[in-house]
Design a protein around this ligand. Structure first.
Ligand code: ATP
Ligand code: MG
Length: 439
């Protein structure tokens, strides 16, 4: 078991000294048992909010969560969240309890928590408090709802997505009853706010077990992206593919860098295939225009789930161009770098690499992509591929008498084209000489 943060320990012993039961609870206990350093510490206590305020009256505290029983104590700049044992009241709208009630019983507080692995408490005096078998579920790598799964998912449907997310980040299997209830209640996710869902989806995408999490939770993903329901078992009927569309997508996501917009683009890249599939006279499957269709699906998804503008723009364009061929040719790469910008170009390379890794290994040539990336990195380091790196600018052209705005743009771009095609050196004197000829 990993040592507890000194500041969390101090807060716990302070409350204990005043006679209040106090424990670490939730994700941090789970992580400590798994040998993972927790990223934050949640503390739960029998002290009421007023009693907590009294105990910490000489410390710096933040009271914003006090209505829900949470006081944040700042020790050495580290915020420590402490929450009074709580019982959630009746749930309304599949997400929010209508009221919260404070209680003196730890067991009440633990039973409102979502999964057994998240319902453990710990302090040095009493050791681990495990009322729902969370410890053995951690050992056996199982996500299991606390209490009746269907009731718990109906109370708060976000828990359905959290189960899928934990199966990805922890690499655990979802227990059968819990799984069954997730599928039965999946439609309730429509009542959950966009922001909550996209936060959980990002965590799911970055998890170490994302491939299985996608494949096994396709019905849950299908509430967000209906195409997922058809992708499972969809035989692509061509030699490039050894997997159905769902498995291909899941393998591609897991093969890619852990970068949110890259993984989201891969999650969406082939969704259009279920709409564009046809077989030719030889029985070979084709998906003409699937990238455009996937991009449309991506755009609707990104808007509905309120992604930020950077993600919207990047994911939409990457999905749209995900399968445009890139030639292993310097001039071609420079033009693409110029058109897409270096960041987007390298994102595209990463997407194509992951996409290829999820195709028939006997037919793909990953070396080719590595070569293209290497060439592109050299170009970005050393060569000119954009107006910004051209050794003359608008002012220089004005100084040689090219003064009209449109003309300046035309000449600069013409010079850039010639430099990219290696017909002209990116050197000031030569560029100016050539500019005079072009004008
Ligand atoms: P992470 O490592 O991602 O922070 P976590 O388990 O700490 O995982 P949080 O979202 O930080 O997850 O929540 C802290 C704890 O609060 C959980 O461990 C769980 O006990 C409880 N919890 C959080 N969300 C819910 C929910 N929707 N329903 C029931 N309990 C929840
Ligand atoms: Mg947490």
């Amino acid at each position: 078991m990993i040592a507890i943060s000194a500041n969390a320990k101090k807060a716990i012993s302070e409350l204990n000294k005043h006679g209040y039961e106090t424990y670490l609870v939730g994700g941090c206990v789970r992580d400590m048992l798994m040998g993972i350093e927790p990223h934050d510490y949640d503390i739960t206590t029998s002290a009421s909010p007023d009693e907590m305020k009294e105990v910490f009256k000489n410390e710096r505290v933040i009271e914003t969560g006090i209505k829900h029983g949470t006081l944040t104590v700042i020790y050495d700049g580290e915020p420590i969240e402490i929450t009074t044992y709580r019982i959630d009241g009746e749930y309304k709208d599949n997400r929010h309890p209508a009221s919260v009630e404070f209680t003196r019983n730890l067991s009440d507080d633990l039973s409102r928590r979502d999964f057994t692995v998240n319902a453990l408490a710990y302090n040095e005096r009493d050791g681990i408090i495990d009322l729902f078998g969370g410890r053995s579920d951690i050992e056996n790598h199982i996500i299991r709802a606390v209490g009746d799964a269907k009731t718990r998912f109906t109370e708060d449907a976000l828990r359905i997505f959290r189960a899928a997310r934990f199966s990805s980040t922890l690499g655990f299997e979802i227990e059968q009853e819990t799984k069954k209830a997730m599928i039965e209640c999946a439609h309730l996710l429509n009542n959950i706010s966009a922001e909550r869902i996209n936060t959980e989806l990002t965590k799911l995408l970055l998890g170490k077990n994302v491939k299985n999490a996608i494949i096994e939770n396709y019905e849950v993903l299908g509430v967000l992206i209906p195409e997922y329901l058809k992708m499972k078992g969809f035989d692509q009927k061509n030699k490039w593919h050894i997997y159905d569309i769902l498995t291909h997508t899941a393998v591609a996501v897991e093969a890619s860098l852990k970068v949110p917009h890259i993984r989201l683009a891969l999650l969406l890249h082939d969704t259009g295939k279920v709409h564009t599939f046809f077989t030719d006279e030889n029985g070979v499957g084709h998906f003409w225009g699937h990238n455009e269709k996937s991009a449309e699906i991506a755009r609707d998804f990104l808007n509905k789930y309120k992604y930020d503008n950077f993600t919207k723009d990047a994911v939409y364009s990457l999905v749209k161009i995900h399968d445009t061929p890139i030639q292993e040719d310097k001039g071609f790469i420079k033009k693409r770098l110029n058109r897409l910008g270096a960041d987007r170009f390298f994102d595209l390379i990463e997407i194509q690499r992951a996409d290829n890794k999820a195709q028939n290994p006997e037919l793909v040539n990953l070396q080719r992509i590595d070569n293209i990336e290497k060439m592109a990195r050299e170009i970005v380091r050393e060569e000119c591929f954009s107006l910004a790196s051209l050794k003359v600018n608008g002012k220089d052209l004005i100084s040689i008498g090219i003064t009209e705005g449109k003309k300046i743009g035309y000449v600069l771009n013409a010079l850039l084209d010639e430099v990219i095609e290696d017909k002209l050196k990116n050197e000031r004197e030569e560029l100016l000489k050539r500019a005079k000829e072009i004008k």
